[in-house]
Design a binder for this molecule. Structure first.
Ligand code: BGC
Length: 538
């Protein structure tokens, strides 16, 4: 997701002919739609679940709970499994469908996956907009989840394969940027529709259909990627397509690299078995599973999913809750820009560590402010001044996330896996992320009910653990070509024991290519292409 499936083959790239063409710009627009849709779905549910009309129609129990004086604590106002399922079900469907999506993407191409994703989004948003009962709502959310699974599997891959290598890295964070913009748009729309006398929630949920339609149309109009054509044995067409998208006749070098990468990827027989069993892949396995797990336990989706509900729980008025969500949305977008600027200048470690410390401090302060004023019974009230401080520290916390674990949670796993286990590493990253996103979505309101303000200390504690984890175990990967990653592990006091000396040379497919070990084998692709040309001439 969020750029999680980015393929950054080869490190050469810079010397290829051709540049940013109209095609490339079109692909960026479509890819942005994929990110926007994901962000929109992340951001829209919180505002909708805080709307009275929506609650009384679908979740009358929660509505009663909200007004029930006997309910002993305000922390539990929204504690309802079905309501949480409305938010979380999407991520469960995304988790399951991303496995199907990776098979479809490989076998039938990226465009088909984008088409399936767009259609699922479209039908899902219609189900939601016209829902008359909870079942329709949940079915709609599940379909949106299928859309997320397919779109997030295919669009980042599509994008990175179409884009010239020199802008590939920036595009990786660009996808995260599109997500944050999607969240912000959702927050703004929720604010707008909450002013409508009736059915505002239908408009909020239904508007997801707009980018979905763009994505469906895009999947028809846009060409398939050269990589995907090669994967399916269409050599001649792949070359022509590369010439077209690069706007250059001489694309020999890049085409040969694509062929090489394609061939060496085909040679990998058991990527799953390898990543789990071979010691030299231990660092990749650990980071591809721990980074998404930790990313979700920063507690960010408490804010992204439930900010309006949380603010309402704390006694903010309806309007103020939705405006506060817009404010956190703006901070999220702007701080992601900071990350784009800083990630290759100051490195990943600095961002991880600084962002972590910033989040811990904010979580302790927010927990303490709420605890002091709101107590354990939730019967107190926040004064306007305290409420403003809570909002301010939540914003500083969101900023810390948005320039550290937000983008890095997707960037790092995509850049540390050697080519031969990269798809497996990406799949682990995406599924672990979706699984824990689901858990947070499903249980946050229940956790808030039981742990009260202590919940903020809990997430603060988790961020402390992950910051220590990064400090001791994560070596800087800034500016390290993927094929050199073995050296980074070998130089690390902990990871060196897992990485045998020869892995430093043969740590990845690209290195084999560089060392010339299997150069001859890797020319098969070119020969195949020539054979096809001959046949064609006959
Ligand atoms: C995370 C999402 C989160 C978003 C917030 C992403 O990197 O994976 O779970 O909602 O950032 O911007």
């Amino acid at each position: 997701m969020a750029g999680g499936a980015f393929v950054s083959e080869g490190s050469g790239g810079g010397s290829y002919e051709g540049g940013v063409t109209g095609f490339v710009i079109m692909t960026c627009i479509v890819a942005a739609m994929g990110g926007l849709l994901f962000g929109y779905d992340l951001g829209i549910s919180g505002g909708v679940t805080s709307m009275e009309e929506f609650l009384s129609k679908f979740f009358p129990e929660v509505d009663r709970q909200m007004h029930n004086a006997r309910r002993e604590t305000a922390y539990c106002k929204f504690d309802n499994q079905l309501l949480q399922l409305f938010t979380s079900s999407l991520y469960l469907a995304a988790l399951v469908s991303s496995f199907a999506a990776s098979a479809v993407t490989r076998k039938y191409g990226r465009k088909i996956s984008m088409f399936v994703g767009g259609v699922a989004f479209l039908i899902g948003s219609l189900f939601n907009a016209f829902a008359t009962n909870v079942a329709m709502l949940i079915i709609g959310r599940l379909l949106l989840g299928v859309g997320v699974g397919f779109a997030n599997q295919s669009t980042p891959v599509y994008l990175s394969e179409m884009a010239p290598a020199k802008i590939r890295g920036a595009l990786n964070i660009g996808f995260q940027m599109a997500i944050t913009i999607g969240i912000l748009i959702a927050n703004l729309i929720n604010y707008g529709t909450s002013q409508m006398a009736r059915n505002g929630w239908r408009v909020s949920l239904g508007l997801a259909a707009v980018p979905a339609v763009v994505m469906v149309i895009g999947s028809f109009v846009l060409p398939d990627t050269p990589n995907s054509m090669l994967e399916r044995g269409k050599y001649e067409q792949a070359r022509e397509m590369l010439q077209k998208i690069r706007g250059a006749d001489n694309v020999d070098e890049e085409f040969q690299d694509l062929c090489d990468a394609c061939e060496s990827a085909k040679k990998v027989e058991h990527p799953w078995k390898n990543i789990f069993q071979e010691a030299k892949y231990r660092p990749a396995l650990v980071f591809c599973s721990m980074i998404p797990f930790f990313q979700q336990f920063t507690g960010i989706n408490v804010i992204m999913f439930y900010a309006p509900v949380l603010f309402k729980t704390l006694g903010f008025a309806d309007d103020a809750s939705l405006i506060s969500a817009v404010i956190t949305g703006v901070v999220n977008v702007v701080s992601t820009l900071v990350s784009i600027y800083a990630v290759d200048r100051y490195g990943r470690r600095l961002l991880f560590l600084e962002g972590g410390i910033q989040m811990i401090i904010c979580q302790i302060i927010v927990g303490s402010l709420i605890g002091a004023k709101f107590g354990t019974t939730g019967s107190g009230t926040l004064t306007p001044a305290t409420a403003n401080w809570v909002l301010a520290f939540i914003c500083i916390y969101v900023a810390g996330f948005a320039w550290s674990w937000g983008p890095l949670g997707w960037l790092v796993p995509s850049e540390i896996c050697p080519l031969e286990v990269r798809p497996a590493g990406q799949a682990i990253n995406v599924s672990v992320n979706m699984f824990f996103t689901f858990l947070i979505g499903q249980f946050f309101l229940t956790m808030l009910c039981h742990m009260k303000f202590g919940l903020f200390y809990f997430f603060g504690g988790m961020v402390l653990i992950m910051t220590i984890f990064i400090y001791f175990l994560f070596p800087e990967t800034k500016g390290v070509p993927i094929e050199e990653m073995g050296r980074v592990w070998k130089a690390h006091p902990f990871w060196k024991r897992y990485v045998p000396d020869d892995a430093v040379i043969g740590g990845s497919g690209e290195t084999y290519v560089k060392e010339g070990i299997s150069q001859q084998d890797l020319r098969i692709c070119r020969r195949e292409e020539e054979k096809k040309n001959e046949e064609w001439k006959l």
